[in-house]
Design a protein around this ligand. Structure first.
Ligand code: FEO
Ligand code: CA
Ligand code: CA
Ligand code: CA
Length: 753
């Protein structure tokens, strides 16, 4: 979700933070001054140093042209590649996508493009319909699933694939997704059904075939693989919450199904070739009328609803519930209106059907999406798998993106069998690894260590938790935020994507920013600076002071002995986001230069081919100076830097000392700005071909800052991309569209070299 609202203007429906638990703020342990002895390289292989030491690496294949040229074979000349060999690009406010010299891009697909042969081309003037058969809006996380010539899964195909892509949300103001409607749509309740029926299906997931048959990647409009999952598509509940009382609704009286997936943000790719998609800010699409607390008898469901951001009387983001009496609109009213004891005659439990990691088999459109309830329910971002070791459990790392929320780890009961990578019933493999196991939440300690605390119904901290009496493990899964409160998890600066370094198994988490990080806890929604979230500072944007941690940081974790099932770890901060001119001792701790400085890291992925760590931003703090961007980094190791001591003056005049652990400062060769996006966009989602020579990147919500009132005056749109790039209808006056771009290197080399 966009950050434009976080710093400082509009109030988001979510990301606001509903964590009022009194988990330890670490003031009592901040004074500890434990030695870092034994910290460096503890238990973790040092392969990354050999791989990413800045040495030149020759490509295995010397071919540097498209493989459809068929002239006389010549001896391939192996170009010498240096990771991050490109020249870093400057910050930019231009309404265009900027890449380093030697790189070029095309647009693969954009909001509204047709996904079936019979759907007309997108006119982009507000008149288009049939969004069930078009790409959705706000392209977000995506993954590449290779296809061989016969249409079977392939892990090596570089010219044909399925891309599964999240469509997170839509550019909106005052209820309406205004670029979708001719005159901007209706900004008051009730919303017309004709508008709602366009807005709902632009959310969800798209699967699309892409092919390089014509020399460059295009999407295949009439492919039989193309598929849309929308917020109304029937989906299955799996894991401990399947059939539980908490999931019973008028739609699913046995609690085994629900409709759709919503606000899909980050992604993950399973080792068995399916997509994982995180449901993030789903809560705000629902509404509860005033009086619902009393109707529920102020039972524990009210505690849960508030913890997940739905107090009674809160308005919904789009007012979809107002479009009519049909069930597809009524389901957005999360209220006890019926007389049943179990909720099978209303939608009082509807919110419990959202907030999961969902699994989709991109190769088989006949199979329904499965919600993996065992992995917990929160504002999910990406889901990153540990490296797979035969005979060892799999770990899946996950973040909860709201202010002062937690980091989680799932550990499967089943141990990895390599044969599962090639199974044909892929969702059955998902059942094997993602239904049975243990869910943990992270506690970061002031000495640079951490603990994974199990969220089990047998954990005494949960059984003793009177704020919310847990009934069973399903209740723990559905209310994992509450369970995290109960065990004293560490409140983080908005965990976004996570990714696992393929070279050494270390886990990286972007912590995008946090305006509710303080020196003094002035309200229950504020967290106090601690070792893992150590910065409080003021950043100026125009005439506005932005306080807390406006620029975010990237934390990384090394499991003890590299074990996926470890319950202890070590951590440090890979990079602190900052403006290059900010104070080097308190803010720009990583010493970022003008070619490296960034704010609000969000998307994060390690390229399988090169091992480069790609960092994408969704920023509202530094956008007076630059549009959002993507940077390339060479990862090091947890513990390769040094301890940093910070000191703050509290309101009572006393000093608060905070130690943190900063990774080794980047050099000009280890961190470079690679891409800057078009105006008022965010950069999110990235995947590549197995040879690393083609990269797909999503440009989400260009022109998001456009005012709905200006819909009739294109000169006031804050972006016209990609129309102004020559893609689709509208040209220089086009309505902006979220889009997927295809990046290649003009010499045919790998991306990031
Ligand atoms: Fe959808 Fe937290 O970004
Ligand atoms: Ca974000
Ligand atoms: Ca600034
Ligand atoms: Ca995100």
């Amino acid at each position: 979700m966009s950050n434009r609202s976080k710093f400082p203007t509009k109030i988001d429906l979510d990301d606001i933070g509903y964590n009022t638990s009194d988990n330890p703020s670490f003031t009592n342990i901040l004074e500890t001054r434990l030695s870092r002895r034994g910290f460096v390289l503890g238990g973790v292989g040092s392969g990354a140093l050999a791989l990413f030491g800045g040495v030149s690496i020759a490509t295995l294949s010397g071919c540097n042209s498209d493989d459809d040229s068929s002239s006389t074979p010549t001896t391939p000349t192996a170009p010498t590649e240096k990771l991050l060999g490109f020249t870093a690009i400057a910050k930019s406010l231009a309404d265009m996508v900027v890449l380093p010299a030697g790189y070029t891009y095309s647009v693969l697909c954009a909001l509204g493009d047709p996904l079936s042969a019979s759907t007309p081309a997108y006119k982009n003037d507000g008149s288009d319909t049939d969004f069930d058969n078009r790409f959705g809006d706000h392209h977000d996380g995506m993954e590449y699933f290779g296809l061989d010539a016969s249409g079977k899964p392939s892990t090596t195909s570089t010219d044909r694939a399925l891309i599964a892509m999240n469509h997170e949300a839509t550019t909106d103001e005052k209820l309406s997704s205004f670029f979708l409607h001719t005159n901007g749509g209706t900004s008051t309740l009730p919303r017309p059904a004709s508008e709602v029926d366009k807005e709902v299906p632009i959310h969800g997931i798209a699967v699309v075939e892409v092919s390089k048959a014509s020399g460059s990647f295009k999407y295949v409009q009439n492919s039989s693989f193309n598929r849309r999952i929308t917020p109304l598509t029937p989906v299955e509940i799996h894991g401990p919450a399947r059939g539980n009382a908490l999931l019973k609704t008028k739609y699913s009286t046995d609690g085994t199904t629900t409709r759709g997936t919503l606000n899909n943000c980050g992604t993950g790719r399973t080792p068995w070739g399916t997509l994982l998609s995180g449901e993030e800010n789903w809560s705000g699409y629902f509404t509860r009328p005033t009086g619902d607390d009393a109707a529920r008898g102020n039972d524990k469901s009210v505690t849960s609803l508030k913890r997940y951001g739905r107090s009674e009387g809160a308005a919904s983001r789009h007012g979809w519930e107002s479009a009519g009496s049909e069930d597809k609109y009524a389901r957005w009213i999360n209220a006890k209106t019926g007389t049943s004891v179990d909720g099978t005659d209303d939608y009082r439990n509807e919110l419990n059907g959202m907030g999961y990691i969902v699994e989709l088999d991109p190769y088989d459109k006949t199979k329904a999406v499965r919600k993996r309830t065992a992995l917990g329910r929160f504002a999910h971002e990406s889901a990153a798998f540990s490296r797979q070791v035969v005979g060892k459990p799999l770990a899946v790392y996950q973040g909860d993106d709201a202010r002062n929320e937690y980091i989680y780890k799932w550990v499967s009961t089943a141990t990895w069998s390599a044969a599962d990578a090639n199974a044909t019933d892929r969702l059955a493999v998902g059942d094997k690894y993602l239904n049975d196991g243990k869910l943990y939440v992270a506690r970061f300690n002031a000495d640079g260590t951490g603990n994974w605390v199990e969220l089990s119904i047998t954990n005494p901290a949960l059984t003793a938790y009177t704020t919310y009496p847990f009934a069973d493990q399903a209740d723990v899964s559905v209310n994992s935020r509450v369970a995290g409160d109960a065990v004293g998890a560490t409140k983080m600066d908005r965990p976004e994507w996570c990714a696992v370094n393929p070279a050494n198994g270390e886990i990286y988490f972007t912590l995008t920013n946090n305006s509710n990080r303080k020196v003094d806890a002035t309200s229950s929604s504020h967290a106090v600076v601690d070792s893992a979230n150590p910065r409080y500072y003021t950043d100026v944007k125009g005439t506005t002071n932005q306080t807390g941690n406006p620029n975010g940081h990237i934390i990384r974790i090394a499991e003890t002995n590299g074990e996926t099932a470890a319950i202890t770890f070590k951590w440090d901060v890979f990079l602190f986001g900052a403006e290059s001119t900010a104070d080097g001792t308190k803010v720009n701790i990583s010493g970022l230069t003008a070619d490296q400085d960034f704010s609000s890291p969000d998307g994060l992925a390690f390229a399988p081919s090169t091992g480069i760590c790609w960092i994408q931003t969704d920023d509202g703090a530094y956008t007076d100076v630059t549009n959002c961007m993507m940077l390339a980094a060479l990862p090091g190791l947890v513990g390769d830097g040094s301890k940093v001591s910070l000191s703050y003056t509290k309101a009572d005049g006393t000093q608060l000392a905070v130690n943190t652990y900063a990774g080794k400062k980047p050099t000009a060769d280890t961190l470079k700005r690679f891409l800057v996006g078009s105006a008022a966009c965010e950069i999110t989602g990235m995947c590549e071909t197995p040879d690393g020579k083609t990269m797909f990147v999503n440009i989400q919500h260009p022109g998001e800052t456009t005012k709905m009132a200006d819909i009739a005056d294109p000169t006031k749109y804050t972006s016209h991309w990609p129309g102004n790039f020559g893609y689709g209808a509208g040209g220089a006056n086009a309505r902006p569209r979220s889009a997927t771009i295809v990046i290649t290197k003009t010499n045919g080399g790998r991306i990031g070299t």
